[in-house]
Write a protein that binds this ligand. Sequence first.
Ligand SMILES: *Cc1c(COP(=O)(O)O)cnc(C)c1O
Length: 445
Amino acid sequence: MTTLSTIPVPLPELTAPSVWPASAVTARGGDVSVGGVPLAELAERYGTPVYVLDEAEVRARAAAWRRALPDADVVYAAKAFLCRAMVDWMEQEGVGLDVCSAGELELAASRGFPADRIVLHGNAKSPRDLRTALRLGVGRIVIDSECEIARLAAHVPGPEAQQVMVRVLPGIAAGGHHKISTGAEGQKFGLSIAGGDAEDAVARILGQPRLELVGLHMHLGSQIASAEPYARGVRRVVAFMARIRDRYGVTLPELDAGGGFAVAQLPGEPAPSPAAYGRRINDALVRACAEFDLPLPRLTVEPGRSIVATAGVALYRVLAVKRTGGRVFAAVDGGMSDNPRPALYGARYTVRMVGRPSAAPMRATTVVGRHCEAGDVLAESVELPEDLRPGDVLAVPASGAYQVSMASGYNLTGRPPVVAVAGGRSRLLVRRETFEDHRGRDVGL
Ligand SMILES: *Cc1c(COP(=O)(O)O)cnc(C)c1O
């Protein structure tokens, strides 16, 4: 019999913008289900920690970006999270891939992802990165320093030229944290427009017959919760395109506005929709091109987090509950080895107990990992029931981006598995890292 308390209802956090996938609903017995599968069941079946990825949410976010900018190329920033299924989903949704290593490239190639829809980035591309990119025939290589221009040109097999872009620094500070702010002067990425480095690189590339300069690229940073920095950046890049036309007689046909579109990490945080970002960026591009009398270049955007973050939910089991120094700590079976973001940039999360009902009052609890660092904190002072105990399952939404992809081997705990949910079913995408995996790499004495 269905009682009121077992009728699935959207989670209370589901006021836009939400930190949960759209499919998240309350389920029987104090649980939450995602993609039609109860989270506690997934914790039981696959063990913890485990990362759950809602396939429909990933696809819907990718599709929303395509709808937001129908005339642009949408390129998924693979470093947010990549596995073979993800490569297939992006291919099927008509989205390209932005990669920054031979490894990411090889994974995409292993699924037959069309190489001409791949963009290779990197401030320090290794010989192997460049060789792999040229062998597979990636569509665009984004130049990030002068010294890679001649090196790349020397390896282009020809007769066709390799299409390249130049990553320019529009000189705009934006983003959620200085460690993820990449559009301002004085950090390691890009070539300064103001300082003349960008123009030097353009001149050098134009002098290389094996390279074809097709456009300019900017990437302002990450967790940029307003479209305004993009609008300003696009105008500066278009102004620079006009200067290139005036000085070199070349009209560049493409502009890549990068990624960095914010998602809500906490309920109610600002996170413009892809449509809102798209409108503002497109509008700025049209205006700037009119101002500088340039034809509209083809636009590219590179959302990473925006496509995958809210599709992911991390599940942990509580190992210990401790009250000390006037605070309550809940220690779980994962931590900074699967999610370094709180320690790296002070990222914040909500946490919810799943899998059993509790009528206990809520209290501020700090959720910490199991690793040997006092900074191994997953979520500071979140509301959890007072009767939280070892064995309970905790769910951390908005965990799809830059967690599994940044996971480490710290303490040899083993990187967690990734499980896809769709239509009431689950399947393993990436298995858990085992002790044998570690032992197998340890080959000398
Ligand atoms: C990291 C990165 C992105 C994606 O950033 P998100 O914050 O995940 O959207 C896009 N382009 C480049 C060049 C990047 O380095």
